[in-house]
Design a protein around this ligand. Structure first.
Ligand SMILES: O=C(O)c1ccccc1NCC(=O)[C@H](O)[C@H](O)COP(=O)(O)O
Length: 198
C-alpha cells in the first residue's frame, strides 16, 4: 500500500474474494484502507457477494467504490449504489468485440467499467489471471462512462496497451507480484511510472 500511494496510484484495490490469493481479512482491509483514505480511491473488490457481506464491508472499511467482478446484474449494481452510497465499478470480461455490448447496459448504472480478459479455462478466479485480450477492441469505444483497462498488463506492455486501446486508466495485479499473491514494491513503482509516462 505504501509503495502504491508513494508512486501516485489513483486507486487501490482490496480483495474480498475468499478464493483469491490476494484475499484480505476485514481487519487487514481496515488498516490498509486507513492508510489510503484521502490519498487514493479505495476499491473493495467482490464477486457475487450478498448484501449482508457488502454492508459489513461498507460499515467497517468504508470503501469509496465497490468493484463487482462476478455476474452481478445492472439492477444489483444500481441497488447497491443507492443502498450503500458508494460508487460502483463493474468488471466486464472481454475476448471479442461482441462482449463490449454488455458494457453499455452496465454503463447506465455503474460509475466506471473495468474491461478485463476472460479467465483462462480451468481458472477459479474471474480476475487476476495475468492474461490479456486484444486491446484494439476498445479503440473508438463510445461509452458514456469512464472505463479502465486490465488483464495481463505489465511494465513492458502498459504503454502499448494504452496506445492501442485509448484507455485513460489501467489496473494491474499479477505483474506487480514477486510470487502469486505477494506484491512487490519495486514492480509496483515501475508499473505506475510506466503507466503515468505513457
Ligand atoms: O486478483 C484477483 O485475485 C481477483 C480475484 C477475483 C476477482 C477479481 C480479481 N482481481 C480483479 C482485478 O481487478 C485485477 O486487478 C484484474 O483482473 C487484472 O489482473 P491481472 O491480469 O492479474 O493484472
Amino acid at each position: 500500500m505504501e509503495a502504491a500511494l508513494d508512486a501516485g496510484a489513483d486507486m487501490v484495490g482490496l480483495m474480498f474474494f475468499p478464493k483469491s490469493p490476494r484475499h484480505v481479512s476485514l481487519s487487514q482491509a481496515c488498516k490498509l484502507a486507513d492508510m489510503a483514505r484521502g490519498k487514493a480511491e479505495i476499491v473493495a473488490v467482490t464477486v457475487n457477494m450478498d448484501l449482508d457481506g457488502l454492508s459489513r464491508i461498507n460499515e467497517l472499511v468504508a470503501p469509496d467504490t465497490f468493484q463487482f467482478h462476478g455476474s452481478e446484474s445492472p439492477e444489483a449494481c444500481a441497488a447497491v449504489k443507492v443502498m450503500q452510497g458508494t460508487k460502483i465499478m463493474k468488471a466486464v470480461a472481454v475476448s471479442e468485440k461482441a462482449d463490449l455490448e454488455e458494457a453499455q447496459y452496465y454503463a447506465i448504472v455503474a460509475d466506471r467499467i473495468l474491461f478485463d480478459a476472460k479467465p483462462p479455462q480451468g481458472s477459479d478466479l474471474p480476475g487476476g489471471n495475468g492474461v490479456s485480450f486484444d486491446w484494439t477492441l476498445l479503440k473508438d469505444l463510445d461509452l458514456k462512462k469512464p472505463y479502465m483497462l486490465s488483464g495481463g498488463l505489465n511494465v513492458a506492455n502498459v504503454a502499448e496497451a494504452i496506445r492501442l486501446s485509448g484507455a485513460r486508466a489501467v489496473d494491474v495485479s499479477s505483474a506487480v507480484e514477486r510470487e502469486r499473491g505477494v506484491k512487490d514494491n519495486d514492480l509496483i513503482r515501475a508499473f505506475i511510472a510506466a503507466a503515468k509516462n505513457a
